[in-house]
Design a protein around this ligand. Structure first.
Ligand SMILES: [Zn+2]
Length: 91
């Protein structure tokens, strides 16, 4: 369940539609309604808070915990090309 104001915001309305990509107790991931790229997903806290830094540490951790699951979801469905990145070994 997602908490929201008396008039649901766009994220809470979107979550009520279902089609969840990944979730845990404090956060949820779903595909963007207007994707910039195939598989574009949003990860949001279950509590309606627009400022990520205003979330409790455990809520921030819950959001980050879903990022890897979303990456696997995108990799499995779309196999996106990624630009080369620096690793700690190449610096
Ligand atoms: Zn909301």
């Amino acid at each position: 369940m997602v908490t929201c104001h008396p008039v649901p915001c766009i994220f809470c309305s979107r979550l009520a539609d279902g089609n969840i990509v990944a979730e845990n107790g404090l956060a949820v991931a779903f595909e963007d309604a207007f994707p910039l790229n195939p598989g574009h997903c949003l990860v949001v806290p279950r509590r309606d808070e627009p400022d990520f830094l205003a979330l409790a540490p455990e809520e921030q951790a819950a959001v980050w915990a879903l990022v890897e699951q979303v990456r696997r979801y995108i990799d499995a469905g779309w196999r996106p090309r990624r630009p080369p990145t620096l690793s700690s070994r190449s610096v």
